[in-house]
Write a protein that binds this ligand. Structure first.
Ligand code: BTN
Length: 252
């Protein structure tokens, strides 16, 4: 059970989270968000949240596992038009908002390009932003956030057990999911005031700044030194003394 009044009590926002749509179970909060947008039922900043997301979507056709009643699965809906430049910075800003929220709960989070949330080198959360573009403007956007909050080690499926962690494993105590949701939403609304400020903030949380990274691009493996983000929020990587920018690569 998620108590939406607990989210509302802890929000310090003007607009984000004023409308909250809670479901006991859902296939995916992102999928439901698009349905609400289609029905014109959601105002800007609406939160869609569930206690049991049974078919969560991850990046690149992956699935996202959520332990019912323990994890946090939420989507934040942007229903007002935004420029493509601003939209590109939103996943970066969301990573920063999540990292700040976890830090606020007493752990030391790190971000791995593009926006894996790690604690102690293990995955604690992920972000999936989806958008509808027309006339060179992002008309609608769904910001999906999944975080492992109160899972114990054996709550994770075997195949991700060794690479996953949760806030409670790392902090040593359980956390109220509603509070974490409210803190993320508050930090995110703040970052929307100045999306560019999320670039240096993201770099400060980066787990691999200045390190050698490997990734696939155009079907070939590449290795280089991760230098940070450019003003568009794209990854800057030095490959054989040339700095190149990449928008959609996944690091190994
Ligand atoms: C990743 O692959 O790292 C991104 C995972 C994103 C999962 C979240 S959970 C809430 C929202 N709804 C979904 O179906 N996916 C995102």
């Amino acid at each position: 059970m998620i108590f939406t009044n607990l989210i509302q009590t802890n929000l310090r926002t003007n607009q984000f989270g004023k409308q909250i749509e809670y479901y006991q179970q859902l296939e995916s909060t992102n999928l439901e968000s698009w349905e609400l947008i289609e029905e014109d039922y959601a105002s800007n900043g609406t939160i869609v949240i569930t206690d049991n997301q049974y078919k969560g979507k991850g990046r690149g056709n992956n699935s996202w596992f959520m332990s019912p009643s323990k994890g946090l699965a939420m989507s934040l809906l942007i229903t007002e038009p935004i420029s493509i430049e601003d939209a590109e910075l939103i996943p970066i800003a969301t990573g920063v908002a999540v990292a700040r929220a976890l830090e606020n709960r007493g752990v030391v989070p790190q971000l791995k390009w593009p926006n894996d949330i790690l604690i102690d080198g293990k995955k604690c959360g992920g972000i999936l932003c989806e958008s509808k573009v027309s006339k060179s403007i992002v008309q609608k956007m769904v910001i999906g956030i999944g975080i492992n909050i109160n899972e114990k080690r054996n709550d994770f499926p075997e195949e991700i057990m060794s690479s996953s962690t949760s806030l409670s494993i790392e902090a040593g105590h359980s956390n109220q999911r509603e509070l974490v949701c409210a803190i993320i939403t508050t930090f995110l609304e703040n970052l929307f005031e100045d999306l560019n400020s999320s670039i240096p903030a993201w770099e400060n949380y980066c787990s691999h700044l200045g390190n050698k990274v490997t990734f696939k691009h155009n079907d070939a493996d590449h290795t280089g030194i991760f230098k940070g983000l450019n003003e568009k929020g794209h990854a800057l990587i030095d490959i054989e003394n040339e700095t190149r920018s990449f928008q959609s690569i996944i690091l190994k």
